[in-house]
Write a protein that binds this ligand. Structure first.
Ligand SMILES: *Cc1c(COP(=O)(O)O)cnc(C)c1O
Length: 383
């Protein structure tokens, strides 16, 4: 007798990792009108639209200043430059993040020093950060990975005790809070990305830096515009890193939806927790007790899995129409580009384990409960 017959094949509904077209449909009228106005104005660089966005974004984050730029990577680079970090200096970064966090440290001529993460949160382990501090340490770059904030009270205390600067990498955490304050308002500089897949995404590249320090804001402005304070007078070597007027107006429209969108993400995360809690062998992402995550990714761990097992699960899910992604398959200290830093395999075990075990499930504000159910059924079936 045959038992456990598979269910009859149903037409597979494909669930994307995210769906920006679905999001655009909600704001189509407003966003298209704002974009057309810019296109018809003939004014494409700078202008009031950019400063209006900077002011609105500073207000949202809760800082006195915001300086917009061309990308999250540039924001981090400019923050390091504005803090005069360069050759001979060390900057502590996590090994489990997007390459940009460390890349910018190398770009200014300083040395990235990797401190291991906590597996449960995917964020820097503060005890490891403290151990990595040396007399050459100039700054720490905490990354609020996947939208989950670090304990900023503890980190501020640590940075102050050792007299090192803190530059927050908020690329994946726009809108997240620690206590009742937004991320990006704790460090000397908060750095944001408006890459389309981030919580506040432009229709192209964009970024911003937030700070309470007027002098630092002026320096960031100067650096982003060829090192000039007044036109055609260049005091330092800067870069060209502007936020386009077109992106600024689109971001101003989307900023009004950021909080409700983040709440929708939070509801989706709660639904995943209910649906997936009964499943064996997986660890679900936790919400911080002292803050509010904004779930740029919903990343589960396949506990004790090898990367081959995780990749097989990913392929099986794909066969059932469920997209998933691996952020990140290789930690930064084991990347070819950082072999010169001599971190052997096994030296940062939590980050290395995370790279083997993680799988990010579909997550975006418009994700429907039925879609999440399909994800859960597929996962249960594949595990
Ligand atoms: C996206 C991202 C960046 C870089 O942002 P871009 O706008 O793509 O340059 C930096 N850090 C982290 C953690 C990111 O996810």
């Amino acid at each position: 007798m045959r038992k456990n017959l598979p269910p009859p094949p149903e037409p597979v509904n494909r669930i994307p990792p995210l769906d920006l077209a679905r999001q655009y449909r909600q704001i189509d009228a407003e966003a298209s009108a704002a974009a057309l106005e810019v296109l018809r104005s003939g004014r494409y660089i700078g202008g009031a639209a950019v400063s209006d966005f900077e002011q609105a974004f500073a207000r949202h984050v809760g800082t006195a200043h915001c300086v917009a730029c061309n990308s999250g990577t540039d924001a981090l680079y400019l923050a390091l430059r504005a803090l005069d970090i360069g050759p001979g200096d060390e900057v502590i970064v996590p090994p489990f993040t997007f390459i940009a966090t460390a890349e910018v440290v190398s770009e200014v001529g300083a040395k990235p020093v990797f401190a291991d993460i906590e597996l449960a949160t995917f964020n820097l382990d503060l005890a490891q950060v403290e151990r990595a501090i040396t007399p050459r340490t100039k700054a720490i770059i905490p990354v609020h990975l996947f939208g989950r904030p670090l304990d900023m009270a503890a980190l501020q205390e640590l940075a102050a005790a050792h007299n090192v600067a803190m530059i927050e990498d908020c690329a994946q955490a726009t809108g997240a809070k620690w206590g009742d304050r937004r991320v990006g308002s704790f460090g000397q500089v908060g750095c944001f990305s408006f890459f389309p897949t981030k919580n506040l995404g432009a229709c192209g590249d964009g970024g911003a830096m937030t700070t309470d320090d007027a002098e630092l804001a002026a320096k960031l402005r100067m650096l982003r515009e060829h090192g000039q304070k007044e036109r055609y007078r260049h005091d330092v070597v800067g870069v060209n890193s502007r936020l386009d007027t077109l992106q600024a107006v689109l971001l101003s429209v989307k900023l009004r939806y950021l909080d409700p969108w983040n709440e929708q993400r939070d509801r989706a995360a709660q639904r995943y927790r209910e649906l997936l809690a009964p499943l064996p062998k997986i660890a679900l992402p936790t919400s911080p007790a002292g803050g509010q995550a904004v779930w740029n990714q919903y990343t589960i761990r396949l506990v004790e899995a090898t990367s081959e097992q995780r990749d097989r699960l990913r392929a099986d899910l794909q066969a059932q129409g469920v997209s998933s992604a691996v952020y990140y398959p290789l930690p930064l200290h084991l990347q070819p580009v950082y072999q010169n830093l001599n971190y052997p395999a096994g030296s940062l075990p939590a980050a290395e384990r995370a790279c083997q075990e993680v799988l990010s499930l579909p997550m975006f504000p418009e994700l429907q409960p039925e879609e999440q159910e399909q994800v859960a059924y597929a996962l249960k079936d594949c595990l």
